[in-house]
Design a protein. Structure first.
Length: 77
């Protein structure tokens, strides 16, 4: 996730990305293909299925004033 220092940005934002299939070739991994992952995300869709590429989320740093600081002990995804 990214923290936005820009005071003009008040709402969270997100970007899409790629889903990448990997194939093992001996002891190495290689890209076996990819497809775009950029679903329409709305407040309603987050409440029903929460499909969102979490590594593409950005939000204002000021949210931590209300939410508390980032917890580094929290696991991936």
């Amino acid at each position: 996730m990214y923290l936005l220092d820009d005071d003009r940005q008040e709402d969270p934002a997100h970007l899409g990305g790629w889903l990448v299939a990997e194939e093992q070739e001996g002891s190495e991994w290689a890209e076996g293909g990819r497809c775009s992952f950029d679903p329409l995300v709305t407040p309603e869709s987050l409440r029903s299925d929460n499909i969102l590429l979490t590594s593409g989320v950005a939000y204002p740093r000021a949210l931590h004033d209300d939410l508390e600081p980032f917890d580094a002990r929290m696991g991936n995804y």
